[in-house]
Design a protein around this ligand. Structure first.
Ligand SMILES: *[C@@H]1O[C@H](CO)[C@@H](O)[C@H](O)[C@H]1NC(C)=O
Ligand SMILES: *[C@@H]1O[C@H](CO)[C@@H](O)[C@H](O)[C@H]1NC(C)=O
Length: 249
């Protein structure tokens, strides 16, 4: 009996160490899932970001700021920008760029762009994936006449139009994007389920390139995206007037 009790105690001890619960006011919490503010308020960790606390509300720094205890949307970014993946709990992708290729955005892939011979030296290097956004819409930051519009395709992957074509697959969504200064690139469609990164092998994965796929999560598709990891997309502003490429391919 004494021996059994010892074993049980040892197991319990192990369990507690594995979980390493911490205390926040009256509650115990798992620091992998929550952060404690002012010794008493718990906010969840979402996409590896411990949400911040503002006068009773938890918020993401990718979208909001707290000024004098008032939650305020960050201002929209007004220059071109690149995007990098943010989720410290997913070190394979954390800090890797969002890359345009094959008419869609992938994560940690290669930027794929084209410069016509006759344009030659006037083309930007085309080695970064640059984006512009305003008034709910987003576009690739390109020189090609007509531009390249960004949209959510019917599977809620991020696509962009081919150069010289206005074709967008039917059932796509062209509005509801926001890019915040000092914050993130956010999909406001579908009630804020956020972005997920899908490994190349998972359903909705990035195909043969080894890059991960980016999908906008929502109530309907959440179930089939179980193998994917929530991520934020960090906005990295470029100097005003920067052009990313002649066109992305
Ligand atoms: C892109 O190309 C330019 C010009 O060759 C180079 O200066 C720059 O470092 C490159 N940037 C990246 C991110 O590879
Ligand atoms: C969610 O995304 C799926 C594609 O993955 C799309 O078919 C569906 O219409 C979307 N649901 C909502 C509520 O917008």
């Amino acid at each position: 009996m004494a021996r059994l009790t010892l074993v049980a105690a040892a197991l319990l001890g192990l369990g507690n160490r594995a979980l390493a619960l911490e205390t926040c006011g009256q509650s115990q919490y798992d620091p992998a899932q929550y952060v404690c503010w002012n010794g008493q308020f718990l906010c969840p960790v979402v996409a590896g970001e411990g949400l911040s606390y503002c006068a009773g509300a938890c918020y993401s720094k990718f979208m909001y700021t707290c000024a004098n205890s008032v939650l305020t949307l960050l201002p929209p970014v007004d220059t071109p920008f690149t995007l990098t993946v943010s989720n410290p709990a997913l070190p394979t992708l954390d800090g890797k760029p969002v890359t345009a290729g094959g008419q869609r955005w992938t994560l940690g892939g290669q930027t794929s762009s084209y410069c016509p011979e006759q344009v030659g030296d006037a083309c930007p290097p085309g080695n970064i994936t640059a984006i512009v956004a305003s008034e709910g819409r987003a576009a690739m930051d390109v020189m090609v006449p007509g531009g390249q519009l960004v949209y959510l395709d019917p599977n809620w992957n991020v696509g962009y139009t081919q150069a010289h074509s206005a074709h967008i697959p039917s059932g796509s969504t062209v509005t509801g994007f926001a890019a915040y200064q000092g914050g993130g690139f956010v999909n406001l469609n579908g009630n804020g389920w956020g972005w997920v990164a899908c490994p190349p092998t998972a359903a909705g994965g990035g195909g043969g390139s080894g890059a991960w796929n980016l999908v906008a999560k929502n109530e309907t598709n959440a179930d089939r995206l179980g193998a994917c990891t929530p991520v934020n997309l960090k906005v990295n502003p470029l100097p005003a007037g920067t052009v990313g490429a002649w066109q992305y391919t």
